[in-house]
Design a protein around this ligand. Structure first.
Ligand code: CP
Ligand code: NVA
Length: 321
């Protein structure tokens, strides 16, 4: 490794081989929780939240501790960032103390600003635009059930629902990076931005994958290896709750729709899930659902990501072995 500072702000911040390496490392952490301990000291990692979280909070807190480090978890209400201190100044301070900065916030430009002024890796723990840590865990879950990382390229994945949200964008970029056939289905008015679709198409072409964006849920799910959905009302959109129910009913993942996918298709959901809305209880609590492995894999995949990022920074290849 070259000792270069790397960040994970959006899914295409890593290339095909790097994504595979991180997911393979995640599978090793799944076998042995204490496989590598790059933060022994303990070294501190700042984990900041401007939005609520259960999985991201617990997986980064426990994950950093299992890596031998100390997770400094700070909520918006408990930081000067929440009172308007500039992101750049926060970055300059944290970078003097922490070995990594993990941040869940609103606009993508905020994590980009943090990365601009930090001299330690910055990880996007969800923005309005992307959720790259989640999709690393989701693809690790596919690798877990399909016999390893080499099985990822060529998989057909379908995402249904709010196709303009962070999860849809991340499936587009990460799926393209993995060389998957990515199908995204949502109603008019809730489709991904063209610039992200264009990026995904360019990356997919480099890696042997393909991109389909459609308003037809059946076209997306037909013959898919894995079906994903997410809430119709993301964090920060609560005021639109009523407005956001009606357009999505045709995209509910139910038994009828799952029957169109391959018979052994997996079902995943980043969680939290709203049964009876974006997914029926019969699907999320049924035999094809792997959502609890998916949630557990947040821990392993993020430990792998942090190990990989700091390995890059330190030029320590042994961390990645
Ligand atoms: N999937 C996910 O990021 O969950 P939390 O909001 O609970 O962190
Ligand atoms: N799209 C959802 C994902 C939650 C993990 C949100 O942003 O609220």
């Amino acid at each position: 490794m070259d000792g270069q500072l790397r960040h994970m702000l959006r899914d295409d911040d890593v290339n095909h081989d790097e994504q595979k390496q991180i997911i393979a490392l995640g599978l090793k952490f799944r076998e042995n929780r204490f496989y590598k301990r790059p933060f022994e000291g303990p070294q501190g990692v700042a984990v900041l939240f401007d939005k609520p979280s259960t999985r991201t909070r617990s997986s980064f807190s426990i994950g950093v501790a299992e890596l031998g480090g100390y997770p400094l978890v700070i909520d918006k209400s408990g930081s000067q960032l929440g009172r308007g201190e500039p992101v750049a100044d926060t970055a300059r301070v944290l970078t003097r103390m922490a070995y990594g900065i993990v941040w869940r916030t609103f606009g993508q430009e905020r994590v980009e600003e943090m990365a601009k002024y930090a001299t330690v890796p910055v990880v996007n723990a969800l923005t309005d635009q992307f959720h790259p840590c989640q999709v690393l865990a989701d693809f690790m879950t596919i690798a877990q059930f399909r016999g390893g990382v080499d099985a990822l390229a060529g998989q057909t994945i379908a995402y249904l629902g709010d196709a303009a949200n962070n999860m849809a964008n991340s499936y587009l970029l990460a799926g393209a990076t993995a060389g998957m056939n990515v199908r995204i289905a949502g109603p008019y008015g809730y489709l991904p931005e063209q610039s992200i679709v264009d990026d995904a198409k360019r990356i997919a072409a480099e890696n042997g994958g393909s991109i389909l964006v459609t308003t037809d849920p059946r076209e997306a799910v037909e013959g898919a290896d894995c079906v994903f959905t997410d809430t119709w009302v993301s964090m920060g959109e609560e005021a639109e709750y009523e407005k956001r129910s009606k357009p999505f009913w045709d995209y509910q993942v139910n038994d009828e729709l799952m029957k169109l996918a391959k018979p052994d298709a997996l079902f995943q959901h980043c969680l939290p899930a709203y049964r009876g809305k974006e997914v029926t209880a019969s699907v999320i609590d049924g035999p094809q659902s792997v959502v609890w492995d998916e949630a557990e894999n947040r821990l392993h995949a993020q430990k792998a990501l942090l190990t990989w990022l700091t390995g890059q920074l330190r030029g320590d290849e042994s961390l990645l072995a």
